[in-house]
Design a protein around this ligand. Structure first.
Ligand code: SF4
Length: 425
């Protein structure tokens, strides 16, 4: 086993993302204080942020707030507050952390979250979204708008009738935003925002394709989350695009210099499922000590699947926003399509193994992962490890158990390598 290496990510983009996310939360805090600009609460998966930005509204993401609290290891008091209010232990922990935050004066450890002017539920994949945003509407008494997004029904592309159905709802949403902000939609500005999103998405996709290199220049799970904050909170803005130009430059440079996140890359793995945010570093180091680097992850596609060809189209803004919501994000797809996605990662990104992180409080991700494991290990012969904890709730993470499972898995891989039975990527 390799000596325990230092895995902290010290690149320019890490510092830049801290600065940008800090500024984003300062903006939220100022909006909470001044009541302006109006805040729109939205979900990450396949959202129409371009439209919200075109009205000068401030996008607020309860999922991002919840995970930031977890990263700071401060989730439990918020979760317990929600449980005191009657939320079950089995509820999605993101929901509980967010509801706990709402009833804590919206005071997060990193800023104050403004009251919503619009609660915009983009129902993409996860049905918890509906209840979560209905509850927020009850508590905040703000205007609510539910976008009904049909599940993907055609494996090749969204059906024309589904596209028309979503576009019609976006037109209704435009009227709602016009009423809330008191201004008409500036279509030129919307096109400009879509162009920014398109360029940002393409740079993100290029970065993801760079992780096919050996050594992998950026851990596509643990480091990718550094990029996901700006991708989601700043998509469609000039500063979001500048960040991705800088990120692409840095990852390209690392690729050319043959630098990876670890001193030695021994194993490349694909990982499925969200991270255990309160123990991100601990979890990471359980892999790093084996020289294992994540070359691709499904979690990094919850907000969009740009690496497989999607880009917003400034000439058809509403249609491309609808395409994104319907088709180009992980959570609106069925499990078999997730298998295909992972299979491509294993083959095209040259991985030795698949790691499945099963998350207790997120059924959207975790349902069916047992079958997924069988499919990859038995049918495709890909060594597959399944570990369990939670994305937010620190009560469900056992470091010792996790370490035993991961060590046993890599010992077996090491043995396969020694006897020459390793599946070549
Ligand atoms: S159940 Fe999973 S996908 Fe749904 S809101 Fe919770 S964390 Fe997100």
């Amino acid at each position: 086993m390799a000596a325990d290496p230092k895995t902290s990510y010290q690149g320019r983009i890490h510092l830049l993302q801290k600065e940008l996310m800090g500024r984003y939360y300062q903006e939220l805090t100022a909006a909470a204080r001044d009541g302006s600009p109006p805040a729109a609460y939205m979900l990450i998966s396949g959202n129409p942020v371009e439209l919200v930005r075109a009205f000068g509204m401030l996008p607020v993401y309860p999922e991002v707030n919840a995970l930031q609290i977890a990263v700071k290891k401060q989730a439990l008091p918020y979760i317990l507050k929600a449980e005191e209010l009657g939320y079950s232990v089995d509820n999605c922990a993101y929901v509980k952390a967010d509801i706990g935050l709402y009833f804590s004066g919206r005071q997060a450890p990193f800023g104050t979250i403004p009251e919503p002017a619009l609660i915009l539920c983009n129902y993409v994949g996860c049905n918890v979204y509906l209840n979560w945003f209905e509850h927020l509407r009850e508590y905040a008494r703000a205007e609510v708008f539910f976008l009904d997004i049909p599940f993907v029904r055609d494996p090749m592309a969204p059906r024309p009738e589904d596209l028309a159905y979503v576009v019609a709802q976006l037109r209704e949403l435009i009227s709602v935003c016009e009423r809330i902000t008191g201004r008409p939609l500036d279509w030129e500005y919307l096109r400009h925002i879509c162009a920014l999103s398109a360029k940002t998405g393409q740079l993100w996709a290029q970065i993801k394709h760079l992780t096919k290199h050996v050594p992998c220049p950026l851990d596509a799970y643990f480091d990718a989350v550094t990029l996901m904050g700006p991708l989601y909170c700043l998509r469609g803005s000039e500063e979001g695009l500048r960040f991705f130009e800088e990120a692409y430059r840095e990852v390209k440079e690392r690729t050319e210099l043959g630098l990876g996140p670890l001193p030695e890359e021994r194993y490349r793995f694909v990982i499925e499922g969200p991270p255990p945010w309160p123990y991100l570093r601990v979890f990471r180091d359980l892999f790093s000590r084996w020289g294992a680097v994540a070359v691709a992850s499904t979690y990094s596609t919850v907000g969009g699947l740009w690496e497989f060809g999607f880009a917003h189209d400034p000439d058809h803004p509403l249609e491309s926003i609808a395409q994104h919501m319907l088709y180009w994000n992980l959570t609106n797809r069925d499990l078999l399509r997730r298998y295909q996605q992972i299979r491509r990662y294993v083959q095209e990104w040259g991985a030795h193994a698949l790691v499945i992180h099963s998350v207790k409080s997120c059924r959207l991700f975790s349902a069916g992962q047992g079958d997924m494991r069988e499919y990859f290990s038995r049918e495709l012969g890909v060594p597959t490890l399944l570990v369990e904890s939670d994305l937010e709730d620190p009560r469900y993470f056992s470091e010792a158990q996790m370490r035993n499972r991961i060590d046993a898995f890599f010992e077996a891989l090491e043995h396969r390598r020694l006897v020459g039975a390793e599946a070549r990527p």
